[in-house]
Design a protein around this ligand. Structure first.
Ligand SMILES: [Zn+2]
Length: 134
């Protein structure tokens, strides 16, 4: 399976110019993780892709120092040369399934806004559950 990511936020990883990293925050990625019921873990391998089919295999890591209101603290790192053009990632913008009860929270989020702190209106699970700190 492939998880949606927005590659616009990609940055160099430390001083190694061959490696890139990408902060994993944002509702597109949250919805995709929740849909697949994947909670981020230190050292996890994932395939990230965007809607144009840009994709890459990454290793997930957590950086407590960078955790903030707008940053989950989770990052993906990968060699620059591994990024490739592939099949477009299909995505249903009308769906943001709850990680636990699997009900669609999209209309709730549309109503209350998206501040990275909402809870599922049906079971109370945090929208941030897939990006919980380790
Ligand atoms: Zn729920």
């Amino acid at each position: 399976m492939r998880i949606y990511a927005d590659f616009n936020g990609v940055e160099e990883y430390g001083s190694d110019s061959k490696m890139l990293c990408l902060n994993l925050t944002g509702y597109g990625t949250l919805a995709s993780l929740s849909f697949h019921q994947i909670a981020l873990e230190e050292g996890q391998f994932l395939e990230l892709a965007d809607f144009d089919g840009l994709s890459v295999q990454v290793i997930v890591f957590f950086d407590k120092e960078r955790m903030s209101k707008n940053c989950s603290g989770w990052f993906a790192k990968f060699p620059k040369e591994d990024m490739s053009e592939g099949e477009e990632l299909g995505h249903d913008f009308n769906t943001h399934l709850c990680f636990k009860c699997r009900k669609n929270m999209k209309s709730h989020l549309d109503a209350v806004g998206r501040q990275f702190n909402e809870e599922c209106p049906f079971c109370g699970t945090s929208v941030m559950y897939p990006m919980s700190a380790p």
